[in-house]
Write a protein that binds this ligand. Structure first.
Ligand code: HEM
Ligand code: CU
Length: 547
């Protein structure tokens, strides 16, 4: 078996007799004790979807509050709401989203392996995730944590009266889930590639998860120790961050962002990977500049460790430090720009079809570009002084994390849905949802650039009346967005039972994952594949008369 050159039509569906969904049994026990990477991916997908809707519900309430200048919730409830939203979305959705669902499912398939290197660790990381998730929900809902997802000291260590220690423990625990996943992916990519699967024949999706894993393994321990220090100061009153006790309040921000800037790349790099799979497939062209795309991921993973203090331009760091971090922040935009250029070049003269995964991918490219360009704005010292802690920053990171990352997640979900479930999703509905999400997203977040520029502060439950009009646009957009995100839930659920059967390769895609049946058998491949070609060997669709 090789990674094929694909020009023609997708193959006919054959109902796979043995597949991972039924082979090991269908009992709850067989699922909860499974070591199959594909089943663990499904467990992750279900739990991540749950947290996505919890985080989304909080977002809806936040936008509801901001429809009127006076707000409808008390300041205290509002603070808990954005804390709930931030903690759940960042740690229980964005960070694990693509790696733990699609990465888990696809990396072994894409490299021609039977499983990940450490199947038991993989299951353990899911249990850590779920345990931590419920602990976090308990702490926030019962204890009323109001620190924001960033846990800034001295508020978190001394003043906040919610169950902060419990929330810290939850994030600490999910950190270990993330580290285990990272380790697993790194070892798998090094050790388990099929014969002929050289590094430069790896799909970009594997490369970008590899780069992500390096960050997970190197940065997450810093977060863990930092959160532990907050708990130590809070419980034992040992001066670490509080000047009154002899600590340094800026130390927390340095440590926190030393993890959390690289973490923003944990969130986006896997998305880059998904887009790099979808664009060549639906443009019927090899990925333009494969090696550049690969190395830009690695470069991002490295430089990502040297820009953290751009979150602290107004926190009292020296002007010299500010200049250095500003410059480095410009530098890290280069590899991201390389990717956008390469995807665009792949589209150029491509044979483009606008199926739902491609709509998400195109949406990603546009929205990520806006997010990245406004990143350059805030990397500018003088401009950032003006917009720090305003809605401009909120808009910037939502363009990247929601417009970018969540679009990639949905794009990937649709693209690999036939592989994962053996069913096709209803294309028409999927396109409607993709368009709703795109328009809803822009209506929600573009006004926030304007609001931020005009001076509306983030994290307040009320605002001066002159900001109301833009806030109404934003809240209206949020309701469109909510419908857009809810739709797939219904039609994908429907397709599980009623969708047309998928063949092994409905998109006529290259890549090993499409060479095994849909859904794949528990052991992935009947015979270990041998790889003889680089990835993305697409050619344009043949003209009708050529067939
Ligand atoms: C193109 C490269 C990027 C540059 C130059 C950049 C620059 C910046 C800067 C300077 C800030 C701080 C602004 C302030 O607090 O006043 C910031 C905030 C932020 N950025 Fe970016 N960024 C980039 C890409 C990303 C990516 C890829 C993500 C996520 C996937 C991201 C997520 C965030 C988040 C979450 C914040 C706000 C954190 C908070 O205060 O809660 N950025 N960015
Ligand atoms: Cu940053």
């Amino acid at each position: 078996m090789t990674t094929a050159t694909v020009t023609g039509k997708p193959d006919e569906p054959v109902v796979a007799t043995r597949n991972y969904l039924t082979e090991e049994g269908v009992t709850l026990r067989s699922w909860l004790l499974t070591k199959d990477h594909k089943r663990i991916a499904i467990l992750y997908t279900l739990s991540i979807t749950f947290f996505f809707f919890v985080g989304g519900a909080a977002a809806t309430l936040i936008r509801l509050n901001l429809v009127t200048p006076a707000g409808i919730f008390t300041p205290d409830i509002y603070n808990r709401l954005f804390t709930l939203h931030g903690i759940v979305m960042v740690w229980f959705f964005l960070i694990p989203s693509i790696p733990n669902t699609m990465g888990n499912f696809l990396i072994p398939l894409m490299i021609g392996a039977k499983d990940l290197a450490f199947p038991r660790l993989n299951l353990l990381s899911w249990y850590l995730y779920v345990g931590a998730g419920f602990l976090a929900l308990f702490a926030i809902l019962i204890g009323g944590v109001d620190t924001g997802w960033t846990f800034y000291t001295p508020f978190s260590s001394l003043y906040s009266n919610g169950y902060v220690v419990l929330a810290l423990a939850a994030v600490f625990a999910i950190g270990f889930s993330s580290i285990l996943t990272g380790l697993n992916f790194i070892v798998t990519t090094h050790r388990m590639r099929a014969p002929g699967m050289t590094w430069y024949r790896l799909p970009v999706f594997v490369w970008s998860n590899y780069a992500t894993s390096v960050i997970m393994v190197l940065a997450t321990p810093v977060l863990a120790i930092t959160l532990m220090l907050v708990a130590v100061e809070r419980l034992l009153r040992v001066g670490i961050f509080d000047p009154a006790l002899g600590g340094d309040p800026l130390l927390f921000q340095h440590l926190f962002w030393f993890y959390s800037h690289p973490a923003v790349y944990i969130m986006i790099l896997p998305g880059f990977g998904v887009i790099s799979e979808i664009v060549p497939c639906f443009a019927r062209k090899p990925l333009f500049g494969y090696k550049f795309v690969v190395w830009s991921s690695i470069t991002i993973a490295i430089i990502g460790f040297f820009v953290w203090a751009h979150h602290m331009f107004v926190a009292g760091i020296s002007l010299y430090a500010g200049l250095v971090f500003s410059l480095l922040s410009y530098v890290i935009a280069v590899p991201s720009a390389i990717k956008v250029f390469n995807w665009t070049a792949t589209l150029h003269k491509g044979w483009i079809s606008f199926d739902a995964p491609m709509l998400y991918a195109l949406g990603f490219i546009g929205l990520f570009t806006i997010g990245g360009l406004t990143g350059l704005f805030v990397a500018n010292l003088a401009f950032d002084v003006h917009v720090t802690d305003t809605y401009f920053v909120v808009a910037h990171f939502h363009y990247i994390m929601v417009g970018g990352m969540v679009s990639a997640y949905f794009g990937g979900l649709h693209y690999w849905w036939p592989k994962v479930t053996g069913r096709l999703y209803p294309e028409w509905w999927a396109r409607i949802a993709a368009l709703l999400i795109f328009f809803g997203f822009n209506l929600t977040f573009f006004p926030q650039f304007i609001l931020g520029y005009l001076g509306m502060e983030r994290r307040y439950y009320s605002y001066p009346p002159e900001f109301q009009a833009w806030n109404i646009f934003s809240s209206a957009g949020a309701s469109v967005l909510a419908v857009g995100y809810a739709l797939p839930f219904f039609y994908l659920g429907w397709s599980l039972f009623r969708g047309k059967r998928a063949g092994s390769n409905p998109w006529a895609a290259t890549g090993l994952e499409w060479q095994t049946s849909s859904p794949p058998p528990a052991h992935n491949f009947d015979k270990t594949p041998t790889v003889t070609r680089p990835p993305y060997q697409y050619r344009p669709e043949p003209e009708p008369q050529d067939v």
